[in-house]
Design a protein around this ligand. Sequence first.
Ligand SMILES: NC(=O)c1ccc[n+]([C@@H]2O[C@H](COP(=O)([O-])OP(=O)(O)OC[C@H]3O[C@@H](n4cnc5c(N)ncnc54)[C@H](O)[C@@H]3O)[C@@H](O)[C@H]2O)c1
Length: 330
Amino acid sequence: MKVLVTGGAGYIGGHMVLALRDAGHEPVVFDNLSTGFRWSVPDDVPLVVGDIGDYELMLQTLRAHSIEAIVHFAAKLIVPESVRDPLGYYLNNTVKSRSLLAAAVAAGIKTFVFSSTAAVYGNASDKPLAEDALLAPLSPYGSSKLLTEVMLRDVAAAHDMRFVVLRYFNVAGADPAMRHGQSTANATHLIKVAVQTALGMRSHMEVYGTDYPTPDGTCIRDYIHVTDLIAAHMQGLEYLRAGGESLVVNCGYGHGYSVSEVIDTVRKVSGRTFEARYAPRRDGDPINIVADSSRIRSKLNWQPRHDDLAAIVEHTLRWETMLREKNLKL
Ligand SMILES: NC(=O)c1ccc[n+]([C@@H]2O[C@H](COP(=O)([O-])OP(=O)(O)OC[C@H]3O[C@@H](n4cnc5c(N)ncnc54)[C@H](O)[C@@H]3O)[C@@H](O)[C@H]2O)c1
């Protein structure tokens, strides 16, 4: 299958490109390289450098490569940045996704997989979140993704298109074979930041909020290994190819770890001590976000293989060490 991967030069999209290639499909990457890296796209995978909001270039790309399915990862995704720059986030994530959808309709694309996020839910209770939980994003980032979900649903209803929306919880880890990992400069993801601090690349790290109503006062998240997340995308594509109806699914393991537990695990796995300073809460951070993953398990027959925080940390450590040795970090 010929699959357009928007954001395929980035962290998660890059893993998708490898998985598609491993499975004998033909990925084409479309990326403006704003946070992605040209070097991360394999030499035998076509890379179109462009913006998903460029309708003409997108339509031309879809036609020139006879694309059959789109997997849409391209987005900005830093929650506090979205609070400071909501219009920038609505433009990049929502308005430009509208343009992408318009090109997809014009090119007759029938299969669409979209990276959404648990940030569409807003502040949860202490129960795992099912897909029918209240949608009440706490940040412009979450809203920008939810609006794209809504557009996709309406477009699919009006045209000959079916979709899988995957709402990711906290994605972490790296390809166990170390072919790809997260390389973003100034990344804000907790596990990456803690690992960089353990490796001495940061003098210390910060823990935002220690007075939340959780057992140790720090926020709780459901961390999913990127390899398991990508398996969900591959199964989503197969499901649609087999004629499955449009579907929205959570991608998480169904249990969470607090920020303090993650830091302890990084200390244990790396064998290093490092300083974690307490800092005030950040705007837009929900307290406790854990997936109810029963729908993805039943509908896509998804069975995670890396549900192990220590393994996620270990893969992140190995990737970060390799980046440093090869001086790939930009
Ligand atoms: N990383 C997580 O924990 C997480 C959690 C939930 C959802 N997501 C979603 O996963 C997707 C991928 O995230 P990631 O962690 O790989 O981030 P990333 O920054 O590594 O990748 C995003 C890619 O999209 C590209 N891009 C951004 N805007 C673009 C545009 N207008 N036109 C073309 N290319 C553009 C960037 O250059 C980059 O290569 C995003 O849609 C994000 O919302 C990520």
